[in-house]
Design a protein around this ligand. Structure first.
Ligand SMILES: C[S@@+](CC[C@H](N)C(=O)[O-])C[C@H]1O[C@@H](n2cnc3c(N)ncnc32)[C@H](O)[C@@H]1O
Length: 278
């Protein structure tokens, strides 16, 4: 494929065409599969945020260990490996995915492509928290659209393994919205502000927002600086919030925990304290 065609397809020069065909992003004839265009765009965009974080760790330590949570077909993992890990002498990329058949496929694909420093664990993330199959200390954690509370489990994993950076694009989290609905009558009688989540649609939308705010405060309370931004334009995905967190040794934001606690109390969400205050 000529450089012109690569450019027209929006592909970087280091991207392996063989991988993109295996992921069905390119057809066998080398054309871009329209259904996969959106996914490729998201993952490529995410790569631009993750690559400098990987490079920083490599510059300091020589190699980087990353764990991708809720990996699914491992689009993100394969693109990261293809564009970054493949060009390094050391470093390891692990994918955690609960669906064993997807893990089998990813293992087979990694073997076919000779991506030797890619490993996949068939496990729920909450079980992976205590597994000895993953290193005790990791440099980076990613979770792209990990369902519901799987993003929260990925955060717990990252905090336990002292990840230097965490990159999250959360999926819909239903737990906070369910608790807002459960305590709605008490909340409505206590404050007019509960009008913000009186209608079920608003409980869902506000629930998702509050969840991500509490996640950010949790990360800040553990000494991370957090940036929240958009992954790609809203026309591409409704699940578009990107949370980037970087660990700063010994400098937790002083009042992050208290602020999270204040939100949980004000919104009658205290039952969810174990999820967001630890
Ligand atoms: C929406 S898909 C996203 C897949 C991939 N990250 C991507 O963006 O293409 C979410 C994946 O997370 C997996 N998953 C959900 N909950 C999980 C959990 N608790 N532990 C491990 N995997 C989980 C699902 O099986 C599914 O493959």
């Amino acid at each position: 494929m000529s450089d012109d065609v690569r450019t027209a397809l929006g592909l970087a020069s280091e991207q392996s065409l063989e991988l993109l065909k295996e992921l069905h992003i390119l057809t066998r004839e080398g054309r871009l599969n329209q259904d996969s265009r959106r996914k490729l765009k998201q993952v490529d965009h995410l790569y631009r945020f993750i690559a400098p974080l990987l490079a920083e760790v490599v510059a300091e330590k020589g190699g980087v260990t990353l764990v991708d949570h809720g990996a699914g077909k491992s689009y993100l993992g394969f693109i990261l490996y293809d564009r970054f890990f493949r060009h390094q002498e050391t470093g390891m990329l692990h994918g955690i995915e609960s669906r064993a058949e997807l893990v089998d496929k990813s293992r087979a694909l990694a073997a076919r492509l000779g991506f030797e420093r890619m490993q996949f664990l068939a496990s729920r993330i909450e079980d992976a928290l205590v597994t000895s199959e993953l290193p005790l200390q990791v440099d980076g954690v990613t979770a792209l659209h990990a369902c519901d509370t799987a993003t929260d489990d990925a955060i717990r994993f990252a905090l336990t393994r002292q990840a230097r950076f965490i990159v999250l694009v959360p999926c819909c989290q239903a737990e906070v919205a369910a608790e807002l609905r459960r305590t709605k009558q008490v909340a409505l009688s206590a404050s007019g502000l509960a009008e913000l989540w009186r209608h079920p649609l608003h409980s869902r939308e506000l629930g998702a927002l509050v969840t991500n705010v509490l996640r950010c405060l949790l990360l800040e309370a553990h000494g991370y600086t957090v940036t929240v931004t958009e992954l790609v334009g809203w026309e591409h995905s409704m699940k578009n919030e990107l949370i980037l967190a970087r660990r700063h040794e010994g400098k937790p934001r002083g009042n992050a925990r208290e602020r999270a606690q204040a939100i949980l109390e004000a919104m009658h969400l205290a039952a969810l304290s174990p999820r967001f205050l630890y």
